[in-house]
Structures are given as C-alpha cells and as structure tokens.
Design a protein around this ligand. Structure first.
Ligand code: AMP
Length: 590
C-alpha cells in the first residue's frame, strides 16, 4: 500500500507531510520550502504556475493570479481567465496537484491517498468542495479533518498525558478556536468556534490601507487605482508585518513604485510595532469573542485548561500572543511549529487510517479522533421556525431521526429546508439544501408521520433523508447541489487537469530543448566569430546553414501544437549543428 500524505490546504500557505519511521515529517517543495504559497497563476503563454513561482510573478501578472481561494470554497465564485471560468475547487485542485507532485518526488512513488484539513467552521458544502478538489487532483481523500484537531494530534505526538487544551489558530484567512480533550488514546473536540473571515490577510490590509493613505498624501499617487503598485505595497506590508514580530521597527523601501507627472515615485517609510498594533488592535480584540464562546460551549473555565497551543503564522504576532495570555491566563506553548503542525497531524491521521502505527504516541497505539459539528443543524417548520435536530458540537459520526407531520389538511408533499446555524428563525440561518418529499398519503393535518434523518459521516459530510412511514415513500439529498460541483463537472475538471498535465509535460520538454538549441547556436556563433579566414568556405557555409535551420525550427513550432516528431527534428538539428561546430573548432585550432 502506498503512503498516505497529510495536507494542510491553507488560505495563504499549504503544507504537506508524511509519516516516516513512525514520525510525521514535512515534505519540502522543489524549492526546498517547507510551506508552499496557496497561489495559482495563469501565464499568457498558457502555463499554470503554483506556489513560489506564482507568487513571484504576481506583481506583473496580478489580473491572472489567484490567492486566498480558500475563502471562496463552497461558493459560486469563479476566476475567469482566457475565457475559462475556474471554480474554487478547480483552483484548489491545482494547488493540491502540486503538493501531490512534491510528495511523489520526495517519497519516490505515486501518492494517491490523502487526509486534508479544513477549518473547524467549514460547513458541509465547503468540506465537500475540498473533497472534490482532492478528487480533481487525482487524490483519494480518505478523510477531511478539522485543522485544530489535526494540530492537537500533532501535539499529542509529543505529549501523551491526559489534558484539556485550547488550540488558537490564526492563519492567513481564518480564525479557529477549539477546546480539545486529550485522553489516553482519544482526542476529542469539546467545542469549536471561530471567524471564517479573520486572519493575517486582514492585518496586511490594515497596513496596505495605511500606506496607501501615506503614499497619496506624500507622493500624490493612488495605489488603489494601480494594481501593480498595490501588489508591491501588499507584499511589502506582509513583509513588514512579519519583521515586526521580531523587531520594533520595519523599514519599507519601494523604489519606482509609480510615476507622478512623468517622474518616478520612490517610497520609503519606517513602520513601528506600536503603529502596527494600533492599526490592528480591533482585529486582535475580535479573537476574544470566539475564545469565550468556545469555553462556554465546552462548559469549562479558562483555568481548567492545561495548555494553549498556537497554530497559524499570524500567532507569531506579539500582540496576538499577549492577547491569548490575557484571555486564558496561560503563556501559550511554542514548542510546536505553528505552520507545520496541522499537516503533521493530518499525516499522522492518514497513517492511522491506512493501518500504520506511530512510534511517538503512546508506544504506537492508534489514535481515535472525535470531531464535532461546528454548527447546529435544523429544518424549517411551520411559521418559519428552525427546528433543531443536531446540536452544535455533537460528536461525529451522527445518525439522528425525528418524526414530523404535515401542517395543512390533505397536504401531499413537504419541502425539507435544511439549515445550518444557531438562530431560532429559519431565515436567519444558512439554508444548505432543500428537497421535496412527494406522495404523502392524503390525511388530515398532523396525521402523516414523516421521519427526517440526519446522517453525518466522520468527514462532517451531511446526508438528509425524509420518509413517509405510512407509504414508505422516501427522498434524500446530500445537500442541494447548487453550490457544489456536479459529478459531471468534476469529471470534466479531472479531464482538464489531466490534459494540462500532458501539456505541461510537453512545455517542460520544449523548454529544455530550447535551452539546448540556444546553447548550440551560441557555441556555433562563437566559432564563426573566431574563425576569420581559417575555415574552408564550405564548412563555414554549412555551419551558417545549420544555425539557420535550427533557428527556423525553433521559431516555427507552436508549443500548444508541438508533437514528439517536432522535438525529434529539433534534437536532430541540434546534434547536426553541434557536430559541425566541433568540426570547425578543430580547423580553427590547427
Ligand atoms: P498560515 O495560513 O498558517 O500559513 O499563516 C499565514 C499567515 O501568517 C500569513 O498572513 C502570514 O503573513 C502570517 N505570518 C507568517 N509568519 C508571520 C510572522 N513571523 N509574523 C506575523 N505573521 C506571520
């Protein structure tokens, strides 16, 4: 059986890990980085770039670059480039394909099985979209697990003692708090809370907004109207933010940021930590609410926590760490790498699911993960009321049924509107799916018995069914497909991904062949330049003809239409030119 990888598919960065000799290790990308930016770009030449390569060209290619796609998971958001509209699943699958490739290069064999993590607050649609992204990337997603659970698992690898801990995860785009109980062989999520729209990106935005005002005031340039300039300020802002985690000041230099009245604008500024703290105080304060809610839901006081662990790059911000200490009275543990532990926990879980053992936890026992529903689940009943079937923070998997009836006399059908959220009225919750049960036996109101069942599997994916107990008629959904990709769309996306893989392969070969051809032409030109009168006319003529032929071939071949035969022709022309160059070199030397 192949190895199972653990993937932390992050808003800003992603990370992949695998268990080796009983320990989860981080798989470096081809640049040696331990995390990979979750950025995808489409070049004008039709190439797809992922990670560092995509991030590096983001300034010059901002309109064709996508980042923070995770924020759009499970929505109908689309990224359109060259007339094709990409769904969040498809963009995410491009990132996952790269992580898969990096893992395969590292492990040295094909990788198919994976465990992917998602924020605890992801709803069913978002979880399913993540699974679909994995499928498009050619991964068999064994399980979707919550990021804090995964982090706790990684933490548990080093600490087998029973304890209650808080996982405070402030990443690039999401904030999650979880209260977790680590037992002897069980890690149980007691409660989760969070904010789907709070993370390091928001901290960056505060700096960008501030700098944009300063630049406008001092340099009379509006970077908000200039995408390339904005991208550069955005990168500088993130860099400054990171520096301010370890220094009191950060010096920002942006030469040739823009042009004002035909003159280049050079921008320099020193940002202090105290200014940064002032700009972002309310963001840090916002994390207090989910912390309190999670503790309340878990039914414990902060004083009952043995430990607080920090996850996500943004927890390196000193003001954040101070806030955590203030909220819990505990100095957060930092002996766990905040960027890597989620992927490590997922790898550990993957290893367990595929029958492996871990040597570092409890002497190799398998660990049982108990996740919970992040939000309550209800159905809409008479008067627009949300009638709750599954309470928030119920441990997965869940199988729960309740009997309902009709509201009107002789009602032949009912609409089941599935809701997610904590509010008492249906309209205030999120409707995550609707379906109709037809063919109910004619009867006075309140007589038919309709059994509604909620099934949530270990991945947190929900199936709802309704059955008329009298007629046996049943209907079910795995949630309204409006916001999800249909199987057909997924198949199409898989085909696209495969087609791209082939094209990318050809492009890589063409790139290499081009390099060889350029080298051959340069070498031949050098010989021609040096030859003066030493070369026989015929040899000189032949050398020039070989150069021309190779150049003609290279320019005439279109990358998208290139065949193996074309490559063969170029290779032959290279060999011929190199042989002629060699022959002429010998003439010159004698
Ligand atoms: P993650 O999603 O966990 O990879 O977190 C990424 C976020 O952490 C991004 O917003 C980064 O800018 C931020 N980040 C990474 N390193 C630091 C640091 N040293 N100080 C502050 N924020 C950081």
């Amino acid at each position: 059986m192949g190895k199972t990888i653990g993937i932390d598919l992050g808003t800003t960065n992603s990370c992949v890990s695998v268990v080796e000799a009983g320990t989860p290790v981080i798989i470096p990308n081809e640049k040696g980085g331990r995390t990979t930016p979750s950025v995808v770009a489409f070049t004008k030449e039709g190439e797809r770039l992922v990670g560092e390569a995509a991030l590096r060209q983001a300034i010059t290619n901002s309109a064709r670059t996508v980042s923070s796609v995770k924020r759009h998971m499970g929505t109908d958001w689309r990224f359109t480039v060259d007339g094709k509209a990409y769904s969040p699943q498809e963009i995410s699958s491009i990132i996952l394909s790269k992580l898969k490739r990096d893992a395969e290069n590292y492990i040295g064999e094909t990788v198919t099985d994976a465990v992917i993590t998602v924020p605890a607050y992801f709803n069913d649609i978002q979880r399913q979209a993540t699974k679909d992204a994995g499928r498009i990337a050619g991964l068999n997603v064994l399980r979707i697990i919550n990021e804090p659970t995964s982090a706790a698992l990684a933490y548990g690898l080093d600490n087998g003692t029973p304890q209650k801990i808080m996982v405070y995860d402030l990443g690039g785009g999401t904030f999650d708090v979880s209260i977790i109980e680590i037992g002897e062989n069980v890690i149980e999520v007691l409660a989760t809370n969070g904010d789907n729209h709070l993370g390091g990106d928001d901290f960056d935005e505060r700096i960008i907004g501030y700098l944009a005002d300063v630049i406008k005031r001092e340099c009379h340039v509006d970077i908000r109207q200039d995408p390339a300039a904005r991208q550069r300020v955005s990168e500088a802002a993130e860099q400054a933010k990171k520096e301010l985690s370890s220094s009191e000041t950060s010096y920002i230099v942006l030469p040739y940021l823009s042009v004002d009245n035909g003159k280049p604008v050079n921008f320099e500024y020193t940002l202090t930590r105290s200014k940064f703290n002032e700009l972002t105080r309310d963001l840090v304060d916002r994390t207090a609410i989910p912390v309190r809610n999670a503790l309340t839901d878990a039914g414990i006081a902060a004083s009952e926590l043995q430990r607080v662990i920090l996850v996500g790059g943004s927890t390196r911000i000193p003001a954040v760490q101070e806030k955590v200490r203030e909220l819990t009275g505990i100095i957060p543990s930092k002996n766990i790498n905040p960027d890597e532990c989620v992927a490590q926990g997922a790898a550990a879980q993957g290893n367990t699911l595929s029958g492996g053992t871990l040597t570092l936890y409890g002497g190799g026992d398998n660990i049982l993960l108990l996740d919970v529903t992040p939000l309550s689940l209800s159905i809409e009943t008479v008067g627009g009321v949300a009638t709750r079937l599954v309470e928030r923070n119920t441990t997965l998997p869940i199988h729960y049924s309740q009997i309902f009836s009709t509201a009107s006399p002789y009602q032949r059908n009912v609409e089941i509107n599935v809701l997610q959220g904590e509010r008492p009225m249906a309209r205030d919750n999120k409707s995550i799916g609707k379906f109709r049960l037809n063919g109910i036996k004619r009867a006075p109101a309140g007589v038919p018995q309709i059994e509604v069942t909620f099934d949530i599997d270990a991945n947190g994916i929900l199936k709802v069914s309704a059955k008329d107990l009298d007629t046996g008629k049943a209907q079910s959904i795995t949630i309204n497909d409006n916001e999800r990709m249909s199987d057909e769309e997924i198949e199409q996306a898989i085909r696209d991904a495969k087609q791209y893989a082939a094209q990318d392969g050809i492009r890589r070969i063409l790139f290499k062949v081009n390099e060889e051809a350029n080298k051959a032409v340069i070498g031949a030109q050098e010989v021609l330049d040096k030859s003066k009168k030493k070369l026989p006319r015929e040899d000189k003529k032949q050398l020039k003809a070989d150069i021309n032929e190779l150049q003609r071939l290279i320019t005439s071949i279109k990358p998208d239409k290139m065949t193996e035969n074309d490559i063969e022709q170029i290779r032959t022309a290279i060999s011929r030119l190199n042989a002629q160059t060699e022959r002429c070199t010998q003439f010159i030397q004698y």
